[in-house]
Design a protein around this ligand. Structure first.
Ligand code: GLA
Length: 635
């Protein structure tokens, strides 16, 4: 009796999941009762480690790789979490045409050749594992890599016939993933995208016969010239192969398509970390560009699926030992936005002052905080920004980031941290260790390019819960309502290292403008419903579905309405709250100028809450809507 009723309820549960899936297939806004961002692999916190690219480009060998590994251990950085040692582009000699096997550059990696028979990286990964480290490898989605497309000479490039030089994953995904993970023992793969971008029939290197043509399906200039489903399908094949070849689930997939193909919106669905921009270089301006591509995308980063604004360039140029202010700012802001912390300098020669920057345990702890909430913008300008991050302990980290070169006086308010102004707020400076406390507002002096970083404790405005904008790591925009992925104009435009000031400069190239915002409406406007302004909330376009992981809260509350920034004053939106796929609460149809409506739902025992906004009529002019004061409460 009991047995059959257990089977009965299991079947019923299965049937309801299948029913939800069937609904979701033809309506992306239908509730699914699931968290759809990537959680496979091992990236509960952002990966930390070292990569060969920024220091050595393709000029790599085993001394450099193992030298970095030894330095990580010797200098105590490994113990602080820097575990991945990643071989970037430059390791491959060729692909054997007879069986598709990949051959390692013999002169550079004698350790691999010594293994007898086919060369294998296994002795290298064994050594790294023996040191308590993890090993990373590099490949490309296409047939050829980025260095093959862009290196000025072929010193470090693969050798042999056209076919032999095709060392990328294209047509070899299953074979190569099995080789890298099951056979060679790697734990991490960075998958670059130049093979899908730079080898069109009219590319000079293709016309000259050096490489086979592959019609480009990635385009950096125009989103609509990328074939997004085709790119996603390739990552889907990689996901399946990784799953198959790593029965213990210990792998990490790093997407490297630089913000192209609107990946800033969907990378979270197919990989553990996803590059939001083109390459960083060691200049202040380029660091700003890379930072900006991820900084306002807090809802697109979660445990298991992080934004990646590229590796740290601390140790060179504007971030070398003579520029510790800049180096600390770079490190601080990467930690605030939960970026992977990948050291890119030759650690064999790192001065203590820079090791101290990488090794600041308090700063690392922000990046690695188990709650996994990327910081959100509390104050914004082109000169100075204030970012606030909610930690698992309920404390706040606050960074005041002086983007400009001149010293400034700034005000920090308790309200910016969602702390009460009538109670003491205590601050610990995470770089100097100094402590101070204030009520309401404090004045601070900040040097050019400096970032003040504090851990703050005070009385929370919302005593018995957490606003959704304080826990972006638990909110996944499964559908963010953006129908035309247009470029985001708020990203600092810098001169790129490789192009200099030749040509006319980059356009605003990174798509995703209009995405979900914390404490702001889409397009960076203020949150307001019928003239009532809200400091807190989630701003999202209509025809969107947000998945919210509920960590034991009992009530969901929000004030909903069409945001005052809407240009379309006629179209109505309705707001609905679902719990594990079942409707819990919904609003009336609301238009611009209607007063906000309170929505409240009992979410006790619910795992996934979905916030769904639907607008009738054409989606040509997306309708900004507001989940003001959206919060999960304990009671
Ligand atoms: C691309 C990537 C870089 C690096 C190089 C290697 O440019 O964005 O991070 O991997 O390729 O060629």
């Amino acid at each position: 009796m009991k047995f059959s009723s257990a089977i009965g309820s299991a079947l019923a549960a299965m049937a309801s999941v299948l029913a939800l899936d069937a609904q979701a297939a033809d309506d992306p806004l239908a509730p699914t009762g699931r968290w759809s961002a990537y959680t496979a692999g091992r990236a509960a916190t952002p990966p930390m480690g070292w990569s060969s690219w920024n220091a050595f480009a393709t000029d790599i060998d085993e001394d450099k790789i193992l030298g970095a590994a030894r330095a990580l251990v010797r200098d105590g950085l490994a113990a602080k979490g820097y575990r991945y040692v990643n071989i970037d582009d430059g390791w491959a000699l060729q692909r054997r045409v007879s069986d598709g096997a990949l051959i390692i550059r013999p002169g550079r990696f004698p350790i691999a050749q010594g293994a007898g028979g086919d060369a294998t990286f296994r002795p290298l990964t064994d050594q790294l594992h023996g040191m308590g480290l993890k090993a990373g490898i590099y490949s490309d989605l296409g047939r050829n890599t980025c260095s093959q497309a862009y290196s000025p000479d072929d010193t470090d490039l693969p050798k042999g016939s056209v076919r032999e030089r095709e060392i990328g994953l294209y047509g070899h995904i299953d074979q190569d993933i099995a080789l890298f993970f099951a056979n060679w023992g790697f734990d991490f793969i960075k998958v670059d995208g130049c093979g899908l971008r730079a080898y069109g029939a009219d590319a000079a290197k293709v016309r000259s016969g050096q490489y086979r043509a592959l019609p480009p399906i990635l385009n950096m200039d125009f989103v609509n010239r990328s074939d997004i489903p085709a790119v996603q399908a390739l990552f889907g094949q990689i996901n399946a192969a990784l799953d198959r070849e790593n029965p213990d689930g210990d792998y990490l997939l790093s997407l490297c398509i630089w913000g192209a193909a609107d990946v800033r919106s969907w990378g979270k669905n197919v990989g553990n970390i996803s590059r939001t921009s083109d390459d960083i270089n060691p200049t202040w301006g380029r660091m700003l560009t890379n930072f900006d591509t991820a900084a306002k995308r807090a809802f697109y980063a979660h445990a298991g699926s992080w934004n990646d604004p590229d590796m740290l360039f601390i140790g060179k140029g504007d971030f070398d030992a003579d520029h510790l202010t800049e180096a600390r700012s770079h490190m601080t802001m990467w930690a605030m936005i939960n970026a992977p912390l990948m050291i890119g300098m030759d650690l064999r020669q790192a001065p203590q002052s820079l090791l101290d920057v990488f090794g600041n345990a308090q700063v690392i702890a922000l990046d690695q905080d188990a709650a996994g909430h990327q910081s959100v913008v509390a104050f914004d300008s082109d000169d100075v920004q204030i970012f606030v991050k909610t930690l698992g302990t309920g404390e706040k980290a606050v960074a005041i980031f002086n983007r400009g070169a001149s010293a400034l006086n700034v005000d920090l308010t308790a309200a910016q941290m969602k702390l009460r102004g009538d109670a003491d707020v205590s601050l610990i400076d995470l770089w100097s260790g100094n402590r101070r406390s204030f009520r309401n507002t404090t004045k601070l002096k900040i040097e050019g390019h400096q970032t003040l970083l504090f851990k703050a404790e005070g009385k929370r405005v919302l005593m018995d819960g957490l606003y959704l904008s304080e826990q972006p790591g638990n909110v996944n925009p499964a559908v963010d309502g953006v129908v035309e992925p247009t470029p985001d104009p708020t990203i600092h435009r810098s001169a790129t290292g490789w192009q200099g000031t030749r040509g006319s400069g980059e356009g605003p190239i990174y798509a995703g403008w209009g995405g979900v915002q914390a404490d702001r409406a889409p397009y960076g406007e203020v949150l307001a419903i019928k003239g009532a302004r809200f400091e807190t909330g989630v701003g999202v376009l209509a025809n969107s579905r947000l998945e919210v992981r509920n960590q034991g809260y009992r009530r969901f509350k929000a004030v909903v309405g069409v945001n005052d920034s809407a240009r379309d004053t006629k179209r109505a939106a309705t707001f609905a709250v679902y719990g594990d796929g079942k409707l819990l609460a919904s609003s009336r149809a609301m238009k611009w100028g209607d007063p906000g409506q309170d929505l409240s739902a009992d979410v006790t025992g619910i795992k996934i809450i979905e916030l769904i906004t639907r607008a009738a009529g054409s989606a040509a002019d997306p309708l900004p809507t507001t989940w003001a004061d959206a919060a999960l409460l304990k009671r």
